[in-house]
Design a protein around this ligand. Structure first.
Ligand code: FAD
Length: 298
């Protein structure tokens, strides 16, 4: 199922909102088994779609396609492959689209990508795409795929301001994206401000699905947020930092905070939730169950 068609069928304010999970290609055989087990645990929760990230290395890239094929086949899921501009010419990206089409993959999350390890800033490949918008245009010209893109409620870390970055987001919608998924964030205010800004800029309410990172470990969260430029609100820090060394307590408080945050977003009219499952099922399942118990998700 192409996601642009699914999104058209669900008006933004109507229930059900979409539920989706994100996975990443595992590096070891053991991690493969964990992912397979996670998929078996999470698919019965009935996600509207699932997605698989795309790495810098050639082997990881093949795995993205293999996992999406597995999800679409054995797990009968609507699945989406992430795709970046890193280390690829336009011709290579075109060949990859052909390969995806042959594999029955119809949904793509088009990204610029982060600089490969060891490089400080992103350098476009000669003959490649410099920004996600260029990749979106290339995929749009191909015509066979639904295209999603990334959004940053607090602005992308390289942007001069969050509004400058939201303007780039508007351009991604104009270039052909049918929806965006956000980087993780923990305060609803910037998300609301971004949606309102975009509605003024585009003249319609774009589908911006919040990316939700279940909080299970405060120190890991702190490290992750420093790397990707997301901020941890003072209230979240105050609640979790004192528990950081108590695995059970911090996890319990973190999941509660995540459930409340997701409820707030849905109450504010978020068109769904995209859960960064991190190839583990328990926290994602607890989050979905908590939201279903309070009637926030169908
Ligand atoms: C939901 C989600 C999923 C992700 N999945 C992956 C993944 O699978 N693999 C992976 O490697 N990374 C992934 N990322 C990370 C992403 O690749 C990085 O955040 C990357 O730094 C930016 O990608 P982008 O597509 O947002 O880039 P862009 O939209 O191209 O933006 C990059 C920067 O350039 C600026 N910019 C954009 N267009 C222009 C222009 N025309 N002129 C000047 N400046 C411009 C933007 O403001 C921003 O600062 C994901 C991020 C999100 C939010």
């Amino acid at each position: 199922m192409r996601l642009d068609l699914l999104f058209k069928a669900i008006p933004i304010k109507a229930i059900p909102r979409t539920l989706s999970f994100e996975f990443f290609p595992p590096k070891t055989d053991r991690a493969w088994y964990t992912l397979e087990d996670t998929i078996d645990q999470l698919m019965p929760l009935g996600p509207d779609f699932v997605s698989v990230t795309y790495g810098a290395g050639g082997a990881t890239r093949t795995k993205t396609r293999e996992i999406v094929e597995h999800l679409q086949g054995k797990a009968a899921a609507v699945a989406m492959a992430h795709l970046t501009c890193v280390n690829a010419t336009r011709a290579e990206l075109g060949a990859l689209l052909e390969e995806y089409h042959k594999a029955g993959i119809v949904n793509l999350l088009a990204l610029r990508g982060d600089p490969p390890q060891g490089q400080k800033s992103f350098v476009p490949t000669d003959g490649g795409c410099a920004f996600a918008t260029d990749l979106i245009k290339l995929i749009k010209d191909d015509g066979r795929f639904a295209i999603l893109c990334a959004a940053y409620p607090e602005g992308h870390p390289e942007a001069a301001s969050r509004e400058a970055d939201w303007e780039r987001l508007a351009q991604k919608f104009e270039a052909g994206a049918c929806a965006a998924i956000t980087q993780c964030f923990f305060d609803p205010a910037p998300y609301q401000e971004m949606r309102a800004w975009l509605k003024r800029r585009l003249g319609y309410e774009a589908r911006i699905i919040p990316g939700i990172l279940p909080i299970t470990d405060f120190l890991a969260l702190d490290r992750f947020c420093k790397r990707c430029g997301a901020s941890i609100p003072a209230a979240v820090r105050a609640a979790l930092a004192p528990l950081a060394d108590h695995r059970v307590l911090v996890r319990k408080a973190g999941i509660e905070l995540t459930i409340n945050f997701a409820r707030q977003l849905l109450d504010l009219g978020a068109p769904g939730l995209h859960i960064y499952a991190l190839n583990r099922s328990t926290a994602a399942a607890e989050l979905v169950t908590g939201l279903r118990l309070s009637g926030h998700l169908d």
